[in-house]
Design a protein around this ligand. Structure first.
Ligand code: PMP
Length: 431
């Protein structure tokens, strides 16, 4: 237990000296130290070494769907680790949790998605999907179908492939150099998509890639008929449709998978985050029966794609327990009900406030977009900093000229807790 100020100070110094943080301001770390050193989590709450208690209004990184501190998950992990923590899945070696989880995923996934390739997270899932799409066309005798089209505000991860697919400019610039064969179209513009395919030639394009609801890009919810139109275009031009459900999967939007709101089925689906609610690192790509059968028909040779941790037994056992909890506690429908309440509360805030331009939500993915600001500093970072002081973690999105705060609490959130979130946001915005 850390409670002495000296110990905390030492931790802060060690953090500053030795810990290069992911997606963080190094300047902020070096001047102020780590924003929080979390020690415990329970339900929707996190507490830090200084005794601050905050609502985890982002489910950490949109992923802790079942909330923090679920001992059942620890039990499942302990049980699996005591038997077999890990063994390789290369060379057709297998293990029971990986097999059972694959079958479970095939059952809950939309449409004809029937098999899974396991990764450790969402970026690996994305890179895998691009490679599998190209491999698929290659087997079908169309090896020149290589290009991947994605969208301008998209986020698909930070590996070189996933960064190349990502549309958000700052991530692309940070990468220094990007992979070839990635193209981008504007948000929700199916005419532009069609024109781009015609211009480039469908014979050179492998797939269109999209998040059902864009997360990191600012919670952008597509018009109702958008994905039906996209599916039509993919079919017309012989492109695979890959949906990136890394955030929207496993109940986040009030359905098991985000694409189910739009009545279409993808050919491949990237998954991660909510598959384990963050209790272990796991992701994957689900592929359609058609793609699966095509891979099976290719005889001889080795399928030369695999990560050391593909099919990690303990991660898969944790995922199985997590999915059991989501089902048992009906968290998918809770996300819908609580999401509707959250949206109603945000609409109320918009009515009360002069600085809010727009609010939106699908399930428990929500955003507050601020009006254009007379000063040079956007509202959203100030709101996020002030909300944290009042006990709520949310996130600012300022990419591509946006000024938006996003909120995505754990799916276990209760009605009274939604009201508390709204109340903290009200006090913050008023201040
Ligand atoms: N795709 C989407 C839609 C994401 O939101 C993220 C992560 N926020 C990723 C991919 C990358 O996942 P990871 O950070 O697990 O590599």
């Amino acid at each position: 237990m850390l409670n002495k100020m000296d110990d905390i100070h030492q931790l802060e110094q060690l953090d500053k000296q030795h810990f290069l943080h992911p997606t963080s301001s190094i300047e902020q770390q070096q001047t102020l130290g780590p924003a929080f050193i979390f020690r415990e989590g329970k339900g929707i709450y996190l507490s830090d070494v200084k005794g601050n208690v905050v609502i985890d209004g982002m489910s950490s990184l949109w992923n802790v769907n079942i909330g923090h501190g679920r001992l059942e998950i620890g039990e499942a992990a302990r049980e699996q680790m005591a038997k077999l923590a890990y063994s390789s899945c290369f060379a057709t070696f297998s293990n029971e949790p990986a097999i059972r989880l694959a079958a479970k995923l095939a059952k809950i996934a939309p449409g004809q998605l029937s098999a899974v390739f396991y990764t450790s997270g969402g970026s690996e899932a994305n890179d895998t999907a691009y490679k599998l799409a190209r491999h698929y066309w290659s087997i079908k005798g169309m090896p020149e179908k290589k290009k991947i089209i994605s969208r301008t505000k998209s986020y698909h991860g930070v590996s070189v492939g996933a960064t190349s697919a990502t549309g958000l400019q700052p991530f692309r610039e940070f990468s220094g150099s990007l992979a070839p064969d990635f193209l981008h179209v504007d948000q929700f513009d199916t005419d532009e998509l069609r024109q781009l395919i015609i211009r480039e030639g469908a014979e050179s394009i492998a797939a269109f890639l999209a998040e059902p609801v864009q997360g990191a890009g600012g919670v952008h919810i597509p018009p109702e008929n958008y994905f039906a139109e996209v599916r039509k275009i993919c079919d017309e031009f012989n492109l695979l449709l890959i949906t990136d459900e890394v955030i929207t999967g496993f109940g986040r939007t009030g359905k098991w998978f985000g694409i189910e709101h739009y009545g279409v089925t993808p050919d491949m689906m990237c998954i991660a985050k909510g598959i384990t609610s963050g209790y272990a690192q796991l992701g994957g790509v689900m592929i359609s029966k058609e793609i699966n059968e095509t891979f099976k028909q290719r005889s001889g040779g080795t399928f030369l794609h695999g990560f050391t941790y593909s099919g990690h037994a303990t991660a898969c056992a944790i995922a199985l327990k997590n999915l059991e909890i989501i089902e048992r506690e009906q968290l998918v429908s809770n996300a819908k009900v609580r999401g509707d309440e959250l949206l109603a509360g945000l609409k109320q805030l918009k009515n009360e406030s002069e600085i809010i331009e727009n609010v939106r939500a699908l399930g428990l993915m929500a955003a507050i977009e601020f009006k254009e600001n007379k000063t040079t500093t956007p509202f959203s970072p100030q709101v996020v900093a002030e909300a944290a002081k009042r006990g709520l973690i949310c996130r600012a999105v300022t990419f591509n000229g946006q000024d938006t705060v996003v909120i995505a609490p754990p799916l276990i959130i209760k009605k009274a807790e939604v009201e508390k979130v709204i109340q903290i946001l009200r006090e913050t915005i008023n201040a």
